[in-house]
Design a protein around this ligand. Structure first.
Ligand SMILES: Cc1cc2nc3c(=O)[nH]c(=O)nc-3n(C[C@H](O)[C@H](O)[C@H](O)COP(=O)(O)OP(=O)(O)OC[C@H]3O[C@@H](n4cnc5c(N)ncnc54)[C@H](O)[C@@H]3O)c2cc1C
Length: 458
């Protein structure tokens, strides 16, 4: 980094918010991407912590002047290496911009990009409302959640980030500050640039603020674990739940051997021991009566669908323990993991994708634990470390799984995004014309290619 660029950065944000000491930048170099696949971070970087959109605008203009890459960084919980600074440049951390104001009458949160998911959940709760979406790690920031269009387990009722965000303030790579949308629920003016920025993984603009739709608070909830002898029965139950008109907060598919192993490592006990293939259904309603009614319909459906005895958790503690075990699957597997995939298929084809994974396990003698957001067809397949396996063999396995997902009418990533680690697979999904259009869009937004320059596009 050039000395004069660093001095100018200090004059924009103040000396104390430009960090270059090795120990202080270490925590900003990587995200949660498993080590075997993450790219090497460049340590010739400075971390800059702006306090406003205006400061970010000045930083981006400076970056264009010196042609220095800028890497927006949220909570660093991403799983595709999207915020890793792979070349010398500026890490732009939004952590100081973390205010949230809740507009109760419009059921809307105005959140700065550096506020975390935990902050948003708590702010909504304090205002007597809720933000039900839960993409895994509560340390993720609003900017990162929007930039990745995150999903997670509790996306069935309200949709993913894209469905909850109604407006954003964004600083374009060339420095202009624009506001797209706002608190309005309908908006039909021109092309929808806001939805172009959502999911663009920090390549088209720096999100500084967002208007996010909140929900009424559900006062009654239950978590039901439904066990089945056969996997087909478990996954076959998912469309039946929807056809019955039941709209749960979450429907997750898990296999008993995996959740029992995770529970054990946490010093907990998985409460359902009767069969291998299980659905976790979270019901959440605005009254106890409504909950009891929905629960009764669900339990009737279980009887008709060949389920064994469901386990119904109603106390907060029981429900939290189940969710904790489910949420910790990733961290428990991580030390022995090469990659976590999130291929997504039409929900009724999930069974076919899992069968392909099982066939690969048998053929190669490897272990690839799976679980997934069954309600939206999003499967997490884990490629685990295996003695003597090379990068090329893992690549081959990954390509087979991706190809199968595409054959089933699906896609290679439903939530974690392309980031750095999946760029070489984009051409499997998109035709030449689509990639050409995306490259042209990137050039219009970012003519000098300074914002997260080596991410997303192949
Ligand atoms: C245990 C665990 C569970 C997870 N579960 C889920 C899950 O269920 N569903 C799911 O979707 N994801 C999940 N994730 C992945 C991750 O939490 C999400 O991708 C999240 O959206 C990343 O947010 P972040 O703030 O950490 O972003 P970062 O990792 O910091 O950055 C991610 C991308 O966003 C960009 N970015 C960050 N802030 C901004 C901004 N202000 N403006 C523009 N671009 C920005 C970065 O440049 C980068 O491209 C999980 C991760 C972990 C570790």
């Amino acid at each position: 980094m050039r000395r004069e660029a660093i001095e100018e950065l200090k004059s924009i944000v103040g000396d104390e918010w430009v960090v270059s000491a090795r120990e202080a930048i270490e925590g900003y170099l990587y995200d949660e991407t498993p080590m075997p696949i993450r790219p090497e971070a460049c340590d010739d970087v400075v971390v800059v912590k702006p306090g406003s959109a205006e400061e970010i605008s000045k930083i981006l203009r400076l970056a264009n002047k010196y042609l220095v890459p800028v890497f927006p960084r949220g909570g660093g919980t991403g799983l595709a290496g999207a915020c890793i600074p792979t070349i010398s440049g500026i890490i732009l951390s939004l952590e100081r911009m973390n205010k949230i104001i809740v507009d109760v009458d419009n059921l809307m949160a105005e959140a700065e990009a550096g506020a975390t998911l935990k902050d948003l959940i708590e702010a909504a709760d304090r205002a007597g409302l809720s933000f039900p979406l839960h993409p895994g790690d509560e340390g993720a920031q609003i900017g990162g959640l929007i930039a990745c269009n995150a999903g997670g387990a509790r996306a069935i009722k309200t949709g993913i980030m894209r469905n909850c965000v109604k407006g954003i303030e964004v600083v374009l790579p060339t420095g202009e500050i624009v506001r797209l949308g706002g608190k309005v629920l309908k908006n039909n003016v021109g092309y929808d640039l806001m939805h172009l920025i959502i999911g663009s993984e920090g390549t088209l603009g720096v999100i500084t603020k967002a208007w996010i739709r909140l929900q009424p608070k559900d006062v009654a909830s239950a978590t039901i674990i439904i066990p089945f002898e056969e996997r087909e029965q478990a996954l076959g139950m998912v469309p039946r739940i929807f056809r019955e008109g039941i709209v749960p907060l979450a429907i997750e598919y898990v296999e008993r051997n995996l959740v029992e192993m995770v529970a054990k490592s946490l010093g907990l006990k998985w409460p359902c021991t009767s069969a291998e293939y299980q659905l976790i259904v979270i019901l959440s309603e605005t009254s106890e009566d409504a909950l009891l009614g929905t629960l009764e319909r669900l339990l009737n459906l279980c009887e008709k669908s060949g389920a064994l005895e469901p386990v119904v958790a109603e106390t907060r503690k029981e429900q939290d323990e189940i969710l904790k075990i489910r949420s910790e699957i990733y961290s428990t597997l991580k030390p022995n993991m090469v990659d976590i995939l999130d291929a997504t298929v039409p929900p009724a084809r999930l069974i076919d994708l899992i069968e392909t994974v099982n066939e690969l396990e048998r053929k190669h003698g490897v272990y690839m634990p799976v679980y997934g957001h069954a309600g939206d067809g999003n499967l997490h397949v884990h490629l685990m470390k295996w003695n003597g396996w090379t990068k090329e063999r893992y690549d081959e396995l990954r390509s087979i799984i991706y190809a199968r997902a595409l054959e089933l009418g699906g896609t290679i990533t439903g939530e974690h995004g392309i980031g750095y680690v999946r760029r070489k697979y984009v051409e499997m999904v998109l035709d030449r014309k689509s990639i050409e259009l995306m490259r042209a869009i990137k050039r219009i937004f970012d003519p000098n290619n300074i914002l997260n320059p080596d991410k997303v596009l192949p």
